[in-house]
Write a protein that binds this ligand. Structure first.
Ligand SMILES: *Cc1c(COP(=O)(O)O)cnc(C)c1O
Length: 412
């Protein structure tokens, strides 16, 4: 069959790989151990000569492998590895591909826990420089002889800044650097980082790919664009594989097997189920987010509204050129930050909760919660004001959301 469309591929993918009894989706394999008739096959799985075999669930199960194929197809990659969380995926990439004395250049505007992880990397002897990645030259100027990797997110949370994704991809290509793009906020439904030259793509499956706030998971996908045979930190053991496989092989062995943050089959099943409606949900969430952004931008009580779909957004041009829509992530500022608690409490529909990419609209004041530990200085450097509110648009009817805001903002 010709290459299928996005959702067609997801909903028919499992059965086309031949599920027993004609099942339409992959079963949940709960076995931890896998037995073999012939010991040669067990040996082959250990040595990697028997492809597609399983030996112990910490390194994968048929259910997680099916999800990995799904993510690989969505990202147009050559392979993926699933983890128990998005943070586990990010940690595995950094800890298996960077060594003491190496240098990582990263966007200044990244997920709070990723930013916190940079500090852990520094204690391990990895240099980390964070820059405003909206300008390619800021990244170029930070590159040193020991730079190995550049890390960015597609749309930053909560400020919605967008890096010069294409420019940085070209730069990494010219300098031979691994380019790691966290695609969580956009998801492959809106954007494929491979198209801007990414080497590895990260997705927190917890967010919009699973979509229902009922499962944690993360994934790393290799786009096949990077030549790992030229990357200095691949161990001798993994150099024997084809160049394209070396990066993921090292991440699977050192990051998944040794560090152990494996995804369970039950969670993989939940995520695969959610992923079937990814494109439909993201389209609806994006429509809602854009309508809310437009409404809020015109409201007297609101200061700045940060949403890539707005013409007022500094990187609106990049968003329009690269992303199918602006995503569900939206932030705004109350002119009077003192009214923030009352306004949020008055809202009936948006759930006062952390988390992103859910079917329900979620809302959270940024400074006293997710960026509390970061401290005032970091918040200032990241452009997070005391009155900033983050909203993850759900799939509710937009009239219900707007009338709820209409009544709550009377208190602003
Ligand atoms: C949530 C998130 C993560 C971490 O994912 P978890 O599954 O919660 O560990 C990483 N990056 C971004 C951009 C996120 O929004």
């Amino acid at each position: 069959m010709d290459k299928q469309g996005f959702t067609t591929g997801i909903v028919h993918g499992d059965r086309n790989t031949g599920v027993e009894h004609g099942g339409l989706r992959q079963p949940i394999h709960t076995s931890v151990q896998y037995g073999f008739e012939r010991v040669e096959d067990l040996i082959g799985v250990f040595q990697g000569t028997k492809k597609g075999g399983f030996n112990y669930a910490r390194q994968g199960t048929p259910t997680t492998a099916a999800l990995e194929r799904k993510i690989t197809n969505l990202e147009e990659g050559v392979g993926s590895i699933c983890f128990s969380t998005g943070m586990a995926a990010i940690t595995a990439v950094f800890l298996t591909l960077l060594r003491a004395g190496d240098h990582l250049v990263a966007s200044r505007y990244v997920f709070g826990n990723t930013n916190s992880l940079f500090n852990t990397l520094r204690t391990l002897g990895v240099e980390v420089t964070t820059v405003d990645a909206g300008v390619r030259d800021n990244v170029a100027d930070a590159i040193k002889p020991n730079t190995r990797m550049v890390f960015v997110e597609t749309i930053a949370n909560p400020g919605t800044q967008i890096p010069d994704l294409l420019g940085i991809g070209e730069l990494c290509g010219e300098r031979g650097l691994a380019y790691v793009v966290d695609n969580t906020i956009t998801s492959p439904a809106l954007f494929r980082p491979k198209h801007v030259g990414a080497s590895l793509v990260i997705n927190s499956l917890t967010k919009t790919i699973a979509g229902h706030g009922a499962a944690l998971g993360g994934a790393v996908t290799d786009t096949g664009l990077f030549d790992w045979s030229r990357y200095p930190n691949i161990a001798e053991d993994y150099r024997r594989s084809a160049s394209k496989e070396q990066g993921l092989l090292q991440i699977r062995k050192k990051g998944l097997r040794d560090m152990g943050a494996a995804l369970s089959s039950e969670q993989a099943h939940q995520i695969a189920l959610g992923a079937e409606t990814l494109a439909l949900r993201v389209a609806k969430c994006s429509d809602n987010a854009l309508a809310l952004a437009n409404y809020l931008e015109r409201h007297d009580a609101i200061g700045n509204v940060f949403y890539p779909g707005l013409e007022s957004h500094p990187q609106h041009g990049i968003a329009k050129a690269l992303f199918k829509s602006g995503s569900w992530l939206l932030s705004f500022e109350l002119r009077n930050a003192d009214r923030m608690v009352d306004v949020i409490n008055a809202l009936q529909l948006p759930v006062k909760a952390t988390g992103l990419g859910d079917t329900r609209t979620l809302i959270i004041p940024v400074a006293p919660t997710i960026f509390f530990e970061a401290g005032e200085q970091t918040r200032k450097a990241m452009g997070i004001s005391d009155g900033m509110i983050r909203l993850s648009a759900g799939i509710e009817e937009i009239d219900d959301l707007i009338s709820d805001f209409e009544q709550a903002l009377k208190l602003a």
